[in-house]
Design a protein around this ligand. Structure first.
Ligand SMILES: [Zn+2]
Length: 230
Protein backbone atom coordinates (compact mmCIF):
# COMPACT_ATOMS: atom_id res chain seq x y z
CA UNK A 1 0.00 0.00 0.00
CA UNK A 2 2.85 2.32 0.77
CA UNK A 3 4.43 1.58 -2.66
CA UNK A 4 1.10 2.13 -4.38
CA UNK A 5 0.70 5.42 -2.50
CA UNK A 6 4.17 6.57 -3.60
CA UNK A 7 3.45 5.54 -7.20
CA UNK A 8 0.21 7.53 -7.20
CA UNK A 9 2.04 10.49 -5.73
CA UNK A 10 4.79 10.22 -8.32
CA UNK A 11 2.31 9.99 -11.20
CA UNK A 12 0.46 13.00 -9.89
CA UNK A 13 3.73 14.94 -9.74
CA UNK A 14 4.65 13.97 -13.32
CA UNK A 15 1.23 14.95 -14.60
CA UNK A 16 1.54 18.27 -12.87
CA UNK A 17 5.06 18.77 -14.30
CA UNK A 18 3.97 17.84 -17.84
CA UNK A 19 0.99 20.14 -17.71
CA UNK A 20 3.30 22.94 -16.76
CA UNK A 21 5.98 22.45 -19.48
CA UNK A 22 5.57 24.16 -22.89
CA UNK A 23 4.69 22.15 -26.05
CA UNK A 24 8.31 22.46 -27.34
CA UNK A 25 9.65 21.08 -24.19
CA UNK A 26 6.95 18.45 -24.26
CA UNK A 27 8.30 17.22 -27.62
CA UNK A 28 11.69 16.57 -26.14
CA UNK A 29 10.02 14.99 -23.24
CA UNK A 30 10.99 11.50 -24.49
CA UNK A 31 14.66 12.55 -24.13
CA UNK A 32 14.00 13.64 -20.60
CA UNK A 33 12.58 10.20 -20.02
CA UNK A 34 15.86 8.69 -21.33
CA UNK A 35 17.21 8.09 -17.86
CA UNK A 36 14.47 5.51 -17.49
CA UNK A 37 15.98 3.53 -20.41
CA UNK A 38 19.37 2.93 -18.70
CA UNK A 39 17.44 2.17 -15.59
CA UNK A 40 15.57 -0.55 -17.47
CA UNK A 41 18.86 -1.74 -19.00
CA UNK A 42 20.47 -1.81 -15.62
CA UNK A 43 17.50 -3.75 -14.30
CA UNK A 44 17.99 -6.23 -17.16
CA UNK A 45 21.72 -6.27 -16.43
CA UNK A 46 20.98 -6.89 -12.79
CA UNK A 47 18.53 -9.59 -13.74
CA UNK A 48 21.19 -11.26 -15.91
CA UNK A 49 23.65 -10.92 -13.05
CA UNK A 50 21.06 -12.43 -10.73
CA UNK A 51 20.44 -15.15 -13.27
CA UNK A 52 24.19 -15.85 -13.48
CA UNK A 53 24.41 -15.94 -9.71
CA UNK A 54 21.41 -18.26 -9.69
CA UNK A 55 23.00 -20.34 -12.45
CA UNK A 56 26.32 -20.60 -10.69
CA UNK A 57 24.48 -21.42 -7.49
CA UNK A 58 22.62 -24.09 -9.38
CA UNK A 59 25.91 -25.33 -10.86
CA UNK A 60 27.34 -25.55 -7.35
CA UNK A 61 24.18 -27.35 -6.24
CA UNK A 62 24.39 -29.67 -9.26
CA UNK A 63 28.02 -30.45 -8.52
CA UNK A 64 27.20 -31.15 -4.90
CA UNK A 65 24.33 -33.41 -6.01
CA UNK A 66 26.61 -35.16 -8.49
CA UNK A 67 29.21 -35.62 -5.76
CA UNK A 68 26.58 -37.09 -3.43
CA UNK A 69 25.37 -39.44 -6.21
CA UNK A 70 28.97 -40.42 -7.00
CA UNK A 71 29.67 -41.06 -3.30
CA UNK A 72 26.52 -43.19 -3.06
CA UNK A 73 27.53 -45.18 -6.15
CA UNK A 74 31.00 -45.67 -4.66
CA UNK A 75 29.51 -46.76 -1.32
CA UNK A 76 27.18 -49.20 -3.11
CA UNK A 77 30.15 -50.59 -5.08
CA UNK A 78 32.26 -50.98 -1.92
CA UNK A 79 29.32 -52.63 -0.11
CA UNK A 80 28.75 -55.01 -3.04
CA UNK A 81 32.45 -55.91 -3.19
CA UNK A 82 32.44 -56.50 0.57
CA UNK A 83 29.37 -58.75 0.24
CA UNK A 84 31.00 -60.65 -2.64
CA UNK A 85 34.20 -61.14 -0.65
CA UNK A 86 32.15 -62.35 2.32
CA UNK A 87 30.24 -64.78 0.04
CA UNK A 88 33.55 -66.04 -1.42
CA UNK A 89 34.98 -66.56 2.07
CA UNK A 90 31.83 -68.44 3.10
CA UNK A 91 32.01 -70.65 -0.01
CA UNK A 92 35.69 -71.39 0.71
CA UNK A 93 34.90 -72.19 4.34
CA UNK A 94 32.08 -74.49 3.18
CA UNK A 95 34.44 -76.24 0.73
CA UNK A 96 37.08 -76.58 3.46
CA UNK A 97 34.49 -78.01 5.86
CA UNK A 98 33.35 -80.45 3.18
CA UNK A 99 36.96 -81.65 2.84
CA UNK A 100 37.20 -82.00 6.62
CA UNK A 101 34.03 -84.07 6.87
CA UNK A 102 35.07 -87.69 6.90
CA UNK A 103 32.68 -90.58 6.72
CA UNK A 104 32.29 -94.33 6.96
CA UNK A 105 33.06 -96.43 3.87
CA UNK A 106 29.50 -97.74 3.60
CA UNK A 107 26.51 -95.75 4.74
CA UNK A 108 24.12 -97.63 7.00
CA UNK A 109 26.25 -100.78 7.04
CA UNK A 110 26.28 -103.32 9.82
CA UNK A 111 29.48 -103.54 11.83
CA UNK A 112 31.07 -106.96 12.27
CA UNK A 113 34.49 -108.45 12.94
CA UNK A 114 36.24 -105.74 14.92
CA UNK A 115 39.92 -104.92 14.72
CA UNK A 116 42.09 -107.20 16.85
CA UNK A 117 39.64 -110.13 17.02
CA UNK A 118 41.59 -113.37 16.95
CA UNK A 119 40.69 -116.32 14.80
CA UNK A 120 42.07 -118.89 12.44
CA UNK A 121 40.14 -117.29 9.55
CA UNK A 122 42.75 -114.54 9.42
CA UNK A 123 46.19 -115.25 8.03
CA UNK A 124 47.86 -113.02 10.66
CA UNK A 125 45.96 -114.77 13.47
CA UNK A 126 43.88 -111.69 14.24
CA UNK A 127 41.59 -109.31 12.36
CA UNK A 128 43.61 -106.39 10.94
CA UNK A 129 40.68 -104.13 10.10
CA UNK A 130 37.03 -103.27 10.68
CA UNK A 131 34.34 -105.02 8.62
CA UNK A 132 31.21 -103.28 7.38
CA UNK A 133 28.54 -105.63 6.06
CA UNK A 134 26.25 -104.55 3.21
CA UNK A 135 24.59 -106.12 0.15
CA UNK A 136 26.76 -106.78 -2.90
CA UNK A 137 26.93 -103.72 -5.18
CA UNK A 138 26.46 -101.17 -2.38
CA UNK A 139 28.76 -98.16 -3.08
CA UNK A 140 32.03 -98.05 -1.15
CA UNK A 141 33.19 -94.50 -0.39
CA UNK A 142 36.50 -92.85 0.46
CA UNK A 143 36.49 -92.16 4.23
CA UNK A 144 38.46 -88.93 3.77
CA UNK A 145 40.27 -86.84 1.18
CA UNK A 146 43.35 -88.35 -0.41
CA UNK A 147 44.80 -90.05 -3.46
CA UNK A 148 44.20 -93.58 -4.73
CA UNK A 149 47.71 -94.99 -4.66
CA UNK A 150 46.76 -98.59 -5.42
CA UNK A 151 43.85 -100.54 -6.97
CA UNK A 152 44.74 -104.18 -7.45
CA UNK A 153 43.87 -107.81 -6.98
CA UNK A 154 45.13 -109.71 -3.94
CA UNK A 155 44.37 -113.39 -3.18
CA UNK A 156 43.59 -112.59 0.46
CA UNK A 157 41.98 -109.15 0.04
CA UNK A 158 40.38 -109.67 -3.39
CA UNK A 159 39.82 -106.33 -5.17
CA UNK A 160 41.53 -103.81 -2.90
CA UNK A 161 42.05 -100.05 -3.10
CA UNK A 162 44.55 -98.07 -1.06
CA UNK A 163 43.98 -94.35 -0.43
CA UNK A 164 46.85 -92.26 0.93
CA UNK A 165 45.57 -89.30 2.96
CA UNK A 166 47.36 -85.99 3.64
CA UNK A 167 50.08 -86.72 6.21
CA UNK A 168 50.66 -90.24 4.88
CA UNK A 169 47.97 -92.26 6.67
CA UNK A 170 46.45 -95.00 4.50
CA UNK A 171 42.99 -96.53 4.29
CA UNK A 172 42.50 -99.91 2.57
CA UNK A 173 39.18 -101.16 1.17
CA UNK A 174 39.09 -104.92 0.54
CA UNK A 175 36.86 -107.62 -0.99
CA UNK A 176 35.12 -105.23 -3.43
CA UNK A 177 33.09 -106.74 -6.29
CA UNK A 178 34.25 -103.96 -8.64
CA UNK A 179 36.26 -100.74 -8.78
CA UNK A 180 34.67 -97.39 -9.63
CA UNK A 181 37.98 -95.52 -9.42
CA UNK A 182 41.53 -96.84 -9.76
CA UNK A 183 43.60 -93.63 -9.49
CA UNK A 184 43.52 -89.90 -8.82
CA UNK A 185 42.53 -87.72 -5.91
CA UNK A 186 39.31 -88.30 -3.99
CA UNK A 187 37.23 -86.38 -1.52
CA UNK A 188 35.47 -87.87 1.49
CA UNK A 189 32.37 -89.68 0.30
CA UNK A 190 33.53 -90.25 -3.28
CA UNK A 191 32.50 -93.68 -4.58
CA UNK A 192 35.60 -95.76 -5.27
CA UNK A 193 34.01 -99.22 -5.76
CA UNK A 194 31.24 -101.63 -4.74
CA UNK A 195 30.71 -104.08 -1.93
CA UNK A 196 31.45 -107.72 -2.75
CA UNK A 197 33.07 -110.83 -1.40
CA UNK A 198 36.23 -111.30 -3.41
CA UNK A 199 39.39 -112.88 -1.98
CA UNK A 200 39.37 -114.57 1.43
CA UNK A 201 35.82 -113.66 2.37
CA UNK A 202 32.93 -115.11 4.40
CA UNK A 203 30.11 -112.81 3.15
CA UNK A 204 29.48 -109.48 1.43
CA UNK A 205 31.33 -106.75 3.32
CA UNK A 206 34.06 -104.14 3.13
CA UNK A 207 37.16 -104.86 5.14
CA UNK A 208 38.62 -101.46 6.06
CA UNK A 209 42.20 -101.20 7.24
CA UNK A 210 43.99 -98.18 8.69
CA UNK A 211 47.78 -97.89 8.37
CA UNK A 212 49.13 -94.84 10.28
CA UNK A 213 51.84 -93.24 8.14
CA UNK A 214 51.72 -96.29 5.85
CA UNK A 215 53.00 -98.56 8.66
CA UNK A 216 51.38 -101.50 10.48
CA UNK A 217 47.59 -101.77 10.69
CA UNK A 218 45.86 -100.13 13.63
CA UNK A 219 42.23 -99.92 14.75
CA UNK A 220 40.47 -97.69 12.19
CA UNK A 221 37.56 -96.74 14.44
CA UNK A 222 39.37 -94.30 16.82
CA UNK A 223 41.05 -92.78 13.77
CA UNK A 224 37.71 -92.33 11.96
CA UNK A 225 36.08 -91.02 15.11
CA UNK A 226 38.95 -88.53 15.51
CA UNK A 227 38.12 -87.20 12.05
CA UNK A 228 34.45 -86.93 12.91
CA UNK A 229 33.46 -89.74 10.53
CA UNK A 230 30.78 -90.94 12.93
ZN1 LIG B 1 37.76 -107.90 7.59
Amino acid sequence: MLTLGLLVASLTATTLLQSQVPAEAAQVAPSTSLPTTPTNASIVAMSIADLNVARSARTVDDRAAQQVAQDRRHQRRVKKQRQERRADAKAEARAARRLEIWGLPVAGAGWSAWFGESGSAWSSGYHTGQDFTAPSGTPVRAVGPGTITSARWSDAYGNIITITHPGGDESWYAHMSAFERTSGSVRAGDIIGYVGCTGNCYGNHVHLEYHPGGGDAADPLPWLRGHGAY
